[in-house]
Write a protein that binds this ligand. Structure first.
Ligand code: HEC
Ligand code: HEC
Ligand code: HEC
Length: 192
C-alpha cells in the first residue's frame, strides 16, 4: 500500500511542476516560467531563438529581456501594448519600435485573412455535410489556429523563426489542405 501512496505522491509532484490547467497565482522567476510552460513550448522556444533569448544565454546579465522583464513577475498577463512600449523603450528608440509594431500588425493581419478564408470554407462545409465527414477539415482548421498563434507569439517575441517558419508557411499549408479536403468532399458529392 505504501508504494502506491508513494507513486501517487510522485505523480502529484510531477503534475505540480508541469503545466497545470489553470495559471497559478504568485510571483515567479524566468526559470520557473520556463519550467512550467515547458522548455519546448512555442512560447519558450520562440523567445529562446530570438535575439533577446540568445543574448540572455551568452551576454552579460540584464542586457536583453527575459520573461519577467516583459510580462512581469506575476505572469500570465498578456503583454499589454502600452506597458510593453515602455519596456522596449528602455533599450530601443521609439521610431524603431513604431516600425516593428507596424510590421507585426501587418504580419498578423495577413494571417487573420487566411484564417477567414479557411473559416468561410469550413462554414459552408458544416452546412452541407454531416459532422463525421468533416474530420479532416476540422483537424486542419485546428492546426491553422495553432499556427496563427505562433505568428502572434513570434511577433510578440521578435522571433523570426516562429513568426515565419512556424507561422506563415505552416498556415499556408493548412489552408491548402483545407481547400483540398473541401474539393474531395465536393467531388464525392457529385459522383453518380
Ligand atoms: C506553475 C506553472 C506556471 C508558471 C510558474 C508560470 N505559468 Fe504562465 N501559465 C500557466 C498556465 C497553466 C496558464 C494557462 C494556460 C492556458 O490558458 O492555456 C498560463 C498562462 C500564461 C500566459 C497567457 C497565455 C495565453 O495563451 O493567454 C502568459 C503570457 C504566461 N502564462 C506567462 C508566464 C510568465 C511570463 C511566467 C513567469 C513569470 C509564467 N507564465 C509562469 C502556468 C504557469
Ligand atoms: C521582449 C519582451 C518579451 C519577452 C522577453 C517574453 N515575452 Fe512573451 N510575449 C511578449 C509579447 C509582446 C507577446 C504578445 C502579446 C501578448 O499576447 O501578450 C507575448 C506573448 C506571450 C505568450 C502568448 C500569450 C497569448 O496571448 O497567446 C506567452 C504564453 C508568453 N508570451 C510567454 C512568455 C515566456 C514564458 C517568456 C520567457 C521564456 C516570454 N514570454 C518572454 C513579450 C515578451
Ligand atoms: C534590456 C534591454 C532590452 C529590452 C527591454 C528589449 N530589447 Fe530588444 N534587443 C536588445 C538588445 C541588446 C538587442 C541586440 C541588439 C543587437 O543586434 O546588437 C535587441 C534586439 C532586438 C531585436 C532584433 C534586432 C535585429 O537586428 O535582429 C528586435 C526586433 C528587438 N530587440 C525588439 C524589441 C522589442 C519589441 C522589445 C519590447 C517588447 C524589446 N526589444 C525589448 C535589448 C533589449
Amino acid at each position: 500500500m505504501r508504494w502506491l501512496l508513494l507513486l501517487l505522491g510522485i505523480a502529484a509532484a510531477q503534475a505540480a511542476q508541469t503545466n497545470p490547467a489553470k495559471a497559478p497565482a504568485g510571483r515567479f522567476k524566468d526559470t520557473e516560467c520556463i519550467a512550467c510552460h515547458g522548455p519546448d513550448s512555442p512560447e519558450v522556444q520562440g523567445w529562446r531563438l530570438s535575439k533577446h533569448g540568445v543574448l540572455v544565454r551568452i551576454s552579460s546579465p540584464g542586457r536583453a529581456p527575459g520573461c519577467v522583464d516583459c510580462h512581469g513577475a506575476e505572469a500570465h498577463r498578456s503583454a499589454n501594448p502600452e506597458a510593453m512600449r515602455e519596456v522596449c523603450g528602455k533599450c530601443h528608440s521609439p521610431r524603431y519600435l513604431d516600425t516593428l509594431a507596424a510590421n507585426g500588425q501587418r504580419m498578423v493581419a495577413v494571417g487573420e485573412m487566411k484564417q477567414r478564408e479557411a473559416l468561410a470554407l469550413l462554414t459552408q462545409a458544416r452546412r452541407r455535410f454531416p459532422a463525421d465527414r468533416l474530420q479532416a477539415m476540422e483537424d486542419h482548421y485546428r492546426h491553422l489556429q495553432t499556427h496563427l498563434r505562433n505568428i502572434r507569439m513570434g511577433v510578440g517575441h521578435q522571433s523570426p523563426d516562429h513568426q515565419w517558419w512556424h507561422g506563415h508557411p505552416a498556415l499556408d499549408g493548412d489552408l491548402l489542405r483545407i481547400k483540398g479536403a473541401w474539393d474531395d468532399l465536393m467531388r464525392a458529392a457529385i459522383k453518380p
